[in-house]
Design a protein around this ligand. Structure first.
Ligand code: ZN
Length: 280
């Protein structure tokens, strides 16, 4: 099942058509996409009976963030061995964890105003929590996942790396710095949810290309280790870390400029596009 936000309303989508949740459920489930996570098991059970191909055609560029107002957004640094090597970090016993403040979360085809500094790209598999998780074992971790979507952990590297203690959370939370989408895909839709190809192109040139099987901490391990400390709440997001190929590690370094177009793809989900303009 593919869950999305269309003009701010919860929808179940196929590639080309959308079924409005509130209308199709006769009001049992409301239009606010975030409300679906209040009782995700009941919602997912109902939604799995909906034939999305019977819906109405829609313009994919009008999709918003499928999880528009997460209460917590966890983000993981240095979760691919190759990226850890290019960034100069040894593997850690705890995942390097920061937050993207929820005001930065946006959806498909968002236009981001570039702040001063060096704005970089990071494609990431994003996990949405469906059932609250506190101190869960990795063996049951997937049962807490509502679905997977594509994320771009946009990062302004000057702020991120400034000062005695780096400012990851601030440097990665400018307005529009958390594109997610285009939709949330439930785990049952993937043949191998632990091994998905993920890639990024900048203006058509491929800059990142890897597989989630190469993550140091896979999705169950992230849920186990994060939930050992913080309860994970329904509708929370986890940005699971990026593979090698970021602009800050290129020689010479390369950053995002006005009129650039960033497209990230993940196998079994689709493609997420973000556009950039100079700060007005
Ligand atoms: Zn990242």
């Amino acid at each position: 099942m593919r869950f999305a936000s269309l003009a701010g309303r919860a929808v179940i989508v196929s590639e080309s058509s959308a079924v409005d949740v509130e209308a199709a459920s006769a009001g049992r489930f409301v239009a606010d996409p975030q409300a679906a996570f209040d009782d995700w098991p009941a919602f997912a059970a109902w939604a799995s009976t909906v034939d999305a191909s019977t819906g109405t055609p829609f313009d994919p560029s009008t999709l918003g963030a499928p999880v528009p107002r997460p209460r917590q957004v966890f983000a993981i640094g240095i979760n691919f061995t190759e990226h850890a090597a290019e960034a100069g970090y040894p593997p850690e016993s705890l995942p390097v964890t920061f937050t993207k403040f929820p005001t930065c979360i946006v959806g498909q085809d968002h236009v981001v105003e570039l702040p001063p500094g060096n704005v970089d790209w990071e494609v990431e598999l994003v996990v949405a929590i469906g059932i609250g998780a506190h101190r869960v074992e990795r063996s049951t971790a997937w049962s807490h996942v509502a679905g997977l979507t594509i994320g771009q952990d946009l990062s302004e590297r000057v702020i991120q790396l400034e000062g005695a203690s780096p400012q990851f959370s601030l440097g990665k939370s400018f307005p529009g710095f958390g594109p997610t989408g285009p939709w949330l895909v439930t785990p049952d839709e993937f043949a191998s949810p632990d091994d998905l190809a993920l890639s990024t192109t900048l203006n058509g040139q491929r800059v990142q290309d890897s597989r989630t099987a190469l993550m140091i901490y896979d999705v169950p391990e992230l849920i186990a280790r994060l939930s050992a400390i913080c309860p994970l709440l329904p509708g929370d997001l986890i940005f699971s870390g990026t593979p090698a190929g970021v602009g800050n590690r290129m020689v010479p370094k390369r950053f995002i400029g006005p009129d650039d177009v960033l497209v990230s793809e993940i196998e079994g989900i689709g493609a997420l596009t973000t556009r950039f303009v100079a700060q007005r």
